[in-house]
Design a binder for this molecule. Structure first.
Ligand code: CP
Length: 304
């Protein structure tokens, strides 16, 4: 059925994206504890999560709504063989919208096509993580005061990183320059290179991090995603290829900030956490306001 689901960042126009950022700022400054008091949401997490699930549940509860769901499909009837279709059709009977994370690419699109209530994709395999992208854009705008004409250094697992894939698509609206730093085995996939070439957006590939830091407005670090590798030898070869250390931050632009969708493993040295440049925990906090704005849009609500 047609509904207001958010499955891919490409579902949103640039105007939709700017509307989300406008209302994220609204919710940050104007808590609305009674906006969805009559609503029940489901969070269905078929994969582990800390930030996405807990910031959605915080967002829902701080807007007055209630949450049901599971954090481990093993505790649901999926463990007895129930299909995704039957799970969605059942949970849609109980709720006003569903936030779902699932390991299979395309699962959120499928759910949105059969569900009677909106689906919000909280990550589908290595494909898309649109709500992370919207909170990333909110964070970039807060730190840079613009989204336009910025230099992004994206580092780590660019092959499997769904946060990277969604963010590249969204930033393409704002004339970015991309510097992709990755091991050969984890470079940005060809479909994204082709997309950027078609959009006439500048991008460069690197195997070394040191020389690009000085030009960065945003360094976006990512974890090498062990759970996506079919060959664990490849994971061992690539896992610690890029570690951002404090002594690498000597020659940087004053506005430069370091972002990471988290969780972090080794890729940002902990002695960076207390620097002005470290923005990743504030970025995670911004997820609450951004997800409140997404809920408002998905439910078609007005605030003023
Ligand atoms: N950024 C992110 O998706 O974190 P979680 O896996 O903890 O939800």
């Amino acid at each position: 059925m047609k509904n207001s689901s958010l499955v891919s960042i490409t579902d949103y126009s640039v105007d939709d994206i700017l509307e989300i950022l406008e209302y994220a700022e609204f919710f940050e400054n104007n808590p609305r504890p009674d906006l969805i008091v009559d609503k029940v949401a489901a969070t269905l997490f078929f994969e582990p999560s800390t930030r996405t699930r807990l910031s959605f549940e915080t967002a829902i509860q701080r807007l007055g709504g209630r949450v049901i769901g599971f954090t481990d499909a093993g505790t649901s009837s999926v463990s007895k063989g129930e299909s995704l279709k039957d799970t969605i059709l059942t949970v849609a009977n109980y709720t006003d919208f569903i936030v779902m994370r699932h390991p299979i690419e395309g699962s959120a699109r499928y759910a949105s096509e059969i569900s009677q209530v909106p689906i919000i994709n909280a990550g589908d395999g290595a494909n898309q993580h649109p709500t992370q992208t919207l909170l990333d854009l909110y964070s970039i705008h807060k730190t840079q005061k613009t989204l336009e004409n910025l230099n992004f250094v994206m580092v780590g697992d660019l092959k499997y990183g769904r946060t990277i894939h969604s963010l590249v698509h969204a930033l393409a609206h704002f004339n970015p320059t991309f510097h992709f730093v990755a091991h050969d085995l984890l470079q940005i996939p060809n479909e994204y290179k082709l997309f950027l070439e078609n959009q006439k957006i500048k991008f460069y590939l690197y195997s070394s991090l040191e020389n690009v830091i000085k030009d960065a407005d945003i360094i976006y670090m990512t974890r090498v995603q062990k759970e996506r590798f079919s060959d664990l030898m490849e994971y061992e070869k690539t896992k610690d290829a890029y570690i951002l250390k404090k002594n690498m931050l000597n020659n940087i632009k004053p506005n430069m900030r370091i972002m990471h969708p988290l969780p972090r493993v080794n890729e940002i040295s902990t002695d960076i956490d207390d620097t002005l440049q470290a923005y990743y925990f504030q970025q995670a906090k911004n997820g609450v306001y951004t997800r409140q704005s997404i809920i408002k849009k998905v439910l078609g609500l007005n605030v003023n």
